[in-house]
Structures are given as C-alpha cells and as structure tokens.
Write a protein that binds this ligand. Sequence first.
Ligand code: ATP
Ligand code: MG
Length: 426
Amino acid sequence: MKIQAVRGMQDLLPEKKAIFRLIDEAARSVFQSYGYKEIGLPIIEETGLFERLVGRATDIVEKEMYTFQDRNGESITLRPEGTAGCARFAEQNGLLFNQIQRFWYQGPMFRYERPQRGRYRQFEQLGAECFGIPTPDIDAEIILLNARIFRLLGLDGDITLELNSLGNSESRESFKYDLVEYLTRYKSDLDIDSQRRLIANPLRILDSKDPTTQTIMLEAPKLLDYLDSESKAHFESLKTMLGECGLDFVLNPKIVRGLDYYNKTVFEWTTKLLGAQATVSGGGRYDNLVKQLGGRDTPGIGFAVGLDRLALLLEQKSYEVKKPDIYFVSPELKYRSLVLCIAEKLKDQIPSLSIIVNCGESKMKAQMKKADSSGARIALILGEDESSEGKISIKFLREASEQVTILQSEVAEYCSKYFCKEDTFG
Ligand code: ATP
Ligand code: MG
C-alpha cells in the first residue's frame, strides 16, 4: 500500500500555491498601508488556552481540536484559530498595558472537521488583531482594511459584508434566557445538534442550517432587541462610519460566531459561489478576552480570512499563474556549464527574470517543445555553431519575429531591453 496524505490535509500544487502567494502579497501590502505589524505565533499552544478562551461548549473545543500529550504528559493542541494565541502572545510579551497594538499573522490552523471542498483539517488563515481601542472607529478600520484586501484581489463584487452585534454579556444572558424558554417549547422538533446546544450553547442555534429549526427560529426572540444601550450606540456609530466611507453591508441577526469570546460587533464576509462553505472571512470584538486570560482589561477586535476558500474563488476567476520569461536549451551536457554560467549572469544583472534551464538529456526538438509549453516568451539556444562562435540564438516563442543570433556578451543587454519593453507596453 502506498502512503497517502493524512485525511483532510491538503497538498498545495504549484498553481494553488501561486494563488495563496498572490493573496499573501495583496494582504501584506494592505496591512502595511494601515500600519499593522506582522508577528509569528507558535502552531502549538497549551490546550487550556483554547478551552478557556474559545470555550468548552463550542464546536471547536468539543470536537474539532487536535489535542495530544507531548512527551512530558502535558496536553497540547494544534491551534484551531489564531486570536487566542495572539492574545496570549501580546499579554506574555508585555505589549498590552497602556498600548495600542495592530498585529497581523498568517499560517495553518487545524480542525478535525468533515473534509469537503473549502473545508479541510489543515487550512490557512490570515488574521489581524487590534488591542487597546474600545471605540467603534477601530471596528470600522478593521472592516475597511478587510474590504480593501478583497478589492485588491478583484473579489469585491463576489463577496457580501454581513454585520451583527452581540451586545455585552448581561444583554446576551437575558436574551439567552428568553431564547431557551422559547425553544424549550419546541424542543422535540429541533434538530439533534440544536437540542444538545439548548443546554450547552443556545446562541449557536441561531445559525442552525436545519429547515425545521430555522422555521421555529423565525418567531424566536431577536438578539438585537436585547442590546444594552452602550452596545446599541456602538453599533449605530459603526454603521454610520461604514456608510460614510461608502462600504455596503447587510445586517444579519443570525451571525453569532462559533467562539465564546465575542461581544458587540461581529461580522462575516460571505459568497454565493462556494456552496455551504460560504464564509471567507469572519471576525468581531472581544473585549473580555485578555481579562479571561488573566491580564488587565483590554479591548480588542480582529478577523481571520480563510485562504483556501479565497483561493477557490480566485480560481473561478481564471487567475493566471506567472510564466517563466526565458527557456534555455542546449543539445548536450557538455554545453551545460556555459549555459548555467550565462543564466547565472543574466540573473545577476536582471534579478526579476525567471529563467528555466533545460537540464537532463533530451533531443533539441523535445526541448523546444518544452520551451513552448512552459509559456516562456523566448528560448535561448546554445548549440554547436553558437558555442564555437561565442554567440547565442534567440527564438521568439510568442510572436512572429525571425530568430536572431547575438554575441553571448550582449545577451544581458538584449534581454534587459526586450523585457523592459515588454513590461512597459506589454
Ligand atoms: P464555518 O462556519 O464555515 O465552519 P467558521 O465560522 O468555523 O466557518 P472561523 O472560525 O470564523 O470559521 O474562521 C475564519 C475563516 O477561516 C472562515 O471564514 C473560513 O474562511 C476559514 N475556515 C474555517 N474553518 C475552515 C476549514 N475547516 N477549512 C478551510 N477554511 C476554514
Ligand atoms: Mg467551523
């Protein structure tokens, strides 16, 4: 039996990885322009961090975590999300007291879920967290930043911003109380998961996908009716700011997010193009997180974008992977040392060039076929004639121009002119 990848763990083929890189570059430039600093977080944290912050009754902690004992017998977990670890990082490194911090990070997250398109057991997130600001202007900033990433990727037409407010913990408690009272009347009609959540985590019933439960929910108490006055004012102010900045949104009272730490603002970006895996980014405010960690009262807000789902969206937009500029062919191994030297010099002089040297042994005809299918714009040819005369030939693979032969010493200048012209006018 051949060994296969572990279920739910994705191999990223070059085309896919190139799209991840594209997203990374777009996000990186946006974060930079808003003054967010990149940080590196460990992939493994103490299990207790997630139990305490994400919440024992959440799906993530109940059934999705990769939890192991390390060799000391300590319980460790492959991070299922980044916010808890980021708060731990900021607190542990003394970055929170009397300070405002804007951080971003990226990397793999792990959840033991049922693998399907857009849902994997190892997936990639790009997250941002901002600590120290209680007012809604930062909620607006972080949402505008998120929007800008999507816009830069050309995805703004395919994605909708959905907003909700969860209020403070008291208003949520009184809502929960009334919700449970209402739902208990229909308990036997609820789906099994929702029946269980009625005791463990009733807010999650709001986003149940079960049709009968959804019908029952139509008449249920509404969270927005329970908002405390401060949360209400915060939410109104956020909506005004987003509106004045020209960002469209819809209100979705069903958004509760699957983690315990959120309060006030919560938001998701959804798409109609990915079926059930509709959410490409989610976030919200978490003003009690740092305190729950044992730190001082520190407000915070953040979001995480799922790269795997964004990549699926970009694929549907037929994004083109970058092709090499030059494909270098030569008939035999004895020319290869000169070929490699010329290629090295070219890369020294024009570092942006992508050059593939045809290595290994194959006929010139086969090499020229490979040059063509690589998508390169030109083939450099170093054959017997060229070699004996200190020359090199250039075949144009994407245009009708005649092949030319030039001195090897002139190749860098030639390529520089050729590709600069391409860059400017191409
Ligand atoms: P869903 O409701 O689809 O399970 P979620 O609410 O659990 O999503 P979050 O915890 O908010 O997701 O994570 C933020 C983003 O990370 C999601 O919007 C999604 O794009 C991505 N994501 C979450 N879980 C997965 C997964 N198993 N595979 C791929 N991407 C994921
Ligand atoms: Mg989930």
